[in-house]
Design a protein around this ligand. Sequence first.
Ligand code: HCB
Length: 210
Amino acid sequence: TKEELYKELSDAIVSCKKDQVLAAVEKARGELEAPDIIENGLAAGMNEVGTLFERGKLFLPHVMMAAEAMQAGVDELKDDMPESSGKAAGVIVNGTVEGDVHDIGKAIVSTMLQTSGFEVYDIGRDAPVADFIAKIKETNANMVGVSALMTTTLQGQKEVIEALEEEGLRDKVKVMVGGAPATNAWAKKIGADCYAENATEAVAKAKELL
Ligand code: HCB
């Protein structure tokens, strides 16, 4: 069943073994769509890793191995992503804020937006506010996705919005925020246009706003 495949994918991530992840992906790809495999299988496993890390059951080297295995699984599925037809619905700059190296979720969001027809410029992780602004200007983007995975870097999302205001760009650029510590309430508080809990929601909200 679907649930068994999700569990197998998730367990493979928790095992922190790349081979096991690739084998689970290989098995699942005949039955499930790529975004489904990523969101409900691999990402669910990564969340579990996070929980085990918090409880002291897994250590940082394990988390790094799980992250690498996750990346390998996602890379393997890139060609399976459903191709969208038609012209890009919008231009989106996507990045993780300065001081924050977490980029797995952001990369998934970029891939899903891209396959949904958006023109996406991923500026990577640990990206200074100035990089967001420069890329937005260069590409004439009408949306920016700002990812932050730590309570200590969340403020970076607010800084991007403030910089957009200072540059007189705020009216032209929609702002989406995401990452584990972000919430709808936080998005509202800092004046973002939306919060997306996962990549599927990011695509839905981008379509709604652009
Ligand atoms: Co990292 N880490 N980590 N980590 N890490 C977290 C984030 C903690 C919550 C774990 C914990 O302690 N409980 C924690 C942060 C605590 C806090 O809030 N203050 C933490 C810490 C503390 C650290 C270090 C400081 C650890 C250390 O060195 N002592 C260090 C950070 C260094 C730094 O950034 N300066 C660190 C390092 C790492 C790695 C390198 C081992 C690895 C990252 C590898 C990489 O990304 N290339 C890592 C990982 C993997 C995690 C956890 C376990 C998982 C994150 C992840 O990839 N999740 C995480 C635990 C957790 O999140 N609960 C832990 C899976 C993806 C698919 O989900 O939430 O990232 P996602 O993305 C979703 C969603 O949020 C949304 O869509 C995505 C797809 O569904 N979304 C967006 C995300 N961005 C979006 C943008 C948009 O525009 C729209 C939607």
